[in-house]
Design a protein around this ligand. Structure first.
Ligand SMILES: Nc1ncnc2c1ncn2[C@@H]1O[C@H](COP(=O)(O)OP(=O)(O)O)[C@@H](O)[C@H]1O
Ligand SMILES: [Mg+2]
Length: 354
């Protein structure tokens, strides 16, 4: 039985429909990452779980019980926000103790609990400090500590690392994952950053315009995106796309777009016999740059090189399209040069027009 279950949930603000007929099941003890572009409804979903918003339609179940009419304070859920939301006039200790105090827990127990959690987050030396006297990373640790001391049934994280610099973000991300392993509390983590989602997620839910596009592990979603949106959103640099036509031909599928000189036979692939319009997708690492045509390549011009040390991203202009190819660091091509792109045909994705 799912621990958190959205059953046909819809939510609008005024006449703007933000979540439409959403169904989602989250297992007990799991770490689920909700990822999608800004404005797609991620925070709204978290607020619905926490009870900070009412839904227009559908039901939300927590631990098998419908909580549509249960107050936030009675749901036993803790949220960590991007902006920390600490009480500015309180010390770290007071911030962390606050939730326990209002639950009437005795002083000695509070002290023990707060100290223990502070130690585990390495913020014990900050217990007397106010938020203004701490760095962003330290404040975020306090906010996480405040959530943990309550031992909630569910942890919600709403883009908790967006205000931190890249290095600290990597470290905190790892710490949050470790924390989850240690505590085993059901966690829903929201981010707009697909790289963050990929590094955290055994269970990733990709959201677009309030609709779930795909759910699965990072690898499943990366290797087998179910539609063009997911394919383009997950992966950096993003997948390259071209409109094309497809027909069954001999032992495979022939994908072609004459104006851009695309003609590729994908062996042993069976395609729809009724629909011929597709979008071809190919990830940057599944193309190779050649000086001459070798196989079923497509011709373009090398217009830009991004040298990242270990690897180089080559930008290739093919008529109106610009594709990116992931190459080794010591690439021997120069900008302005004509090149041929060869495909790993087994890695081509075909998306039928919806
Ligand atoms: N309280 C609100 N009143 C009106 N519109 C809102 C409110 N909260 C969010 N929205 C709108 O709902 C959409 C989804 O918002 P949100 O859930 O915050 O997205 P995300 O967290 O994915 O960026 C956005 O278009 C946003 O402007
Ligand atoms: Mg948000």
């Amino acid at each position: 039985m799912a621990f958190i279950k959205f059953d046909n949930v819809s939510k609008s603000y005024g006449n703007q429909n933000v979540i439409s007929g959403l169904n989602l099941e989250i297992e007990k003890g799991s770490f689920t990452v909700l990822v999608g572009p800004s404005g797609c409804g991620k925070s709204t979903l978290l607020r619905l779980i926490a009870g900070l918003e009412d839904m227009d339609e559908g039901s939300l179940f927590l631990d098998g019980k419908c909580v549509n009419h249960i107050e936030p304070k009675d749901r036993d859920i803790a949220i960590v926000f991007q902006n920390y939301a600490l009480y500015p006039h309180m010390s770290t200790f007071e911030n962390m103790a606050f939730g326990l105090k209002i639950r009437g827990i005795d002083k000695a127990k509070i002290k023990e609990k707060v100290t223990e959690v502070a130690r585990s987050l390495q913020i014990e030396h900050l217990l007397d400090r106010k938020p203004k006297d701490m760095s962003g990373g330290q404040r975020q640790r306090v906010a996480i500590g405040r959530a943990i001391v309550r031992e909630p049934k569910v942890f919600l994280f709403d883009e908790p690392l967006s205000n931190l610099d890249a290095k600290l973000r990597n470290q905190m991300r790892w710490e949050i994952a470790e924390l989850h392993k240690r505590l085993g509390i059901t966690t829903v983590y929201v981010t707009h950053d697909q790289v963050e989602a990929m590094t955290l997620g055994d269970n990733i839910v990709v959201l677009d315009k309030g609709v779930i596009k795909q759910q699965g592990s990072a690898k499943q979603i990366y290797d087998h995106p179910t539609d063009e949106f997911v394919a383009g959103f997950i992966g950096s640099p993003p997948m390259n796309f071209a409109k094309a036509a497809v027909v069954q031909s001999g032992g495979g599928a022939l994908v072609y777009n004459d104006p851009i000189g695309l003609q590729i036979l994908i062996p042993e692939l069976e395609v729809s016999l009724t629909e011929t319009s597709v979008t071809l997708g190919i990830r940057p690492e599944h193309l190779t740059i050649k000086a001459e045509k070798e196989n079923m390549g497509i011709k373009g011009t090398l217009i830009h090189l991004e040298h990242l040390g270990y690897e180089t991203f080559a930008h290739i202009k093919i008529q109106d399209l610009v594709w990116v190819v992931r190459c080794t660091g010591d690439l021997n091509f120069i900008t302005g040069q004509s090149v041929w792109l060869e495909f790993q045909t087994g890695k081509i994705h075909l998306f039928y027009q919806a």
